[in-house]
Design a protein around this ligand. Structure first.
Ligand SMILES: *Cc1c(COP(=O)(O)O)cnc(C)c1O
Ligand code: SF4
Length: 340
């Protein structure tokens, strides 16, 4: 990290690294299966399928961590559209976790007491093939205060809510000025104490953690928590850790959530390496999610019994705090359901 070497104070248009801005990195991301195969020297005829409904989106910082010429790379599998996405499998549906019932107002979900989840934007910095959001007709355009007002009103009206989760999509595809407006509006709600940012962006575009973002989060009255999303140790390089440590340095706890994915992280050593790598930089492995049964992702499914066995194995090799809770989202429950 070279931010302290740069002469001028970085703005949102200029990454803290002094190289291209995160917005530019997003703009230059790989946006088709064919382009991704070409970048990685993989024969497109062998594996690439043109995506049907959810376009390929992979920032180059992430693509560079994929092994060239390896069609079974665990990072590649997460982002490359394949023909298996067209499999129609019983039980794999477009809205697997029944989110509609949990809406407090448009854009805000209240499933659990004391916390509410706010959909800040429909956009993401990467398109993960297993994601249940792939079927949501989100627009890519960034949201703003006007669209957030119903959510803000609903939070203000419910004094039991102490924590707001900023989710999406991914809140960190919003520019810092937008996030600042949102944080100010949230901090103005007296009963709110915590704001939790659920984001995969720092993993795929580490330069997203700009100086202005760090300043913004540091200066809020609200306690800020970060939950990143990485599924494999190879996603986490020195650049990612350097970015996240800037948050840790101002007292923001960073946690990770992962999804158990066949062919990506469904073996003992891979899961162990992920947790170990996280704990070595004081990132807490928070959750390991059972995959939601979303149409187009059935090829990633791992049976719950296998997941439980994996957790039992890594528990023998890690301190208790570095073993993630293996959880499943079951509609209508008052918390996530702990499987192991
Ligand atoms: C997962 C989730 C939360 C957060 O749950 P925690 O167990 O506190 O991490 C909150 N709201 C919704 C709607 C969720 O899906
Ligand atoms: S970044 Fe998160 S919300 Fe966006 S596609 Fe990936 S898993 Fe889904």
């Amino acid at each position: 990290m070279t931010s302290h070497l740069s002469q001028t104070k970085p703005t949102t248009e200029q990454a803290s690294s002094g190289r291209v801005s995160w917005q530019q990195e997003l703009k230059e991301a790989i946006r088709s299966a064919a382009e991704l195969c070409q970048f990685l020297h993989i024969d497109p005829a062998a594996i690439c399928a043109e995506e049907v409904d959810f376009p390929v989106l992979v920032p180059r910082a992430f693509a560079r961590r994929i092994e060239r010429g390896n069609p079974t790379d665990p990072l590649l599998k997460q982002v490359l559209a394949t023909a298996s996405e067209r499999d129609d499998v019983d039980g794999f549906v477009t809205d697997p976790i029944g989110e509609e019932q949990a809406q407090l107002a448009p854009g805000i979900l209240r499933k659990y007491s004391s916390r509410a989840l706010m959909i800040t934007t429909g956009g993401c910095a990467v398109h993960c093939r297993y994601c249940f959001r792939r079927h949501f007709p989100y627009s890519e355009s960034p949201s703003g205060l006007e669209q957030w007002q119903p959510s803000l009103d609903a939070i203000r009206a419910d004094e039991q809510i102490e924590e707001v989760l900023l989710s999406g999509g991914d809140p960190l595809v919003l520019p810092d000025q937008r996030l600042a407006q949102l944080l100010i509006a949230l901090a103005d709600i007296p009963h709110l104490k915590h704001v939790r940012i659920h984001t995969r962006t720092p993993v795929v575009i580490p330069s997203r953690i700009t100086d202005s973002l760090v300043d913004l989060l540091k200066s809020s009255r609200l306690k800020v928590w970060f939950v990143i999303h990485a599924n494999h140790a190879n996603e986490l390089d020195g650049e990612v850790f350097a970015s996240l440590s800037r948050l840790q340095n101002v007292g923001i706890p960073v946690l990770n959530q992962a999804v158990l994915l066949k062919g990506v992280n469904d073996d003992e050593d891979t899961l162990f390496e992920l947790c170990k790598r996280l704990m070595d930089v004081q990132i807490l492995p928070y959750y390991l999610h059972q995959l939601d049964s979303v149409a187009g992702a059935s090829h990633f499914h791992v049976p719950v019994e296998e997941g439980r066995a994996l957790i039992a194995q890594i528990r023998k090799r890690l301190p208790g705090y570095a073993v993630p809770r293996y959880v499943q989202e079951i509609a209508g429950e008052q918390s996530k359901t702990v499987l192991a």
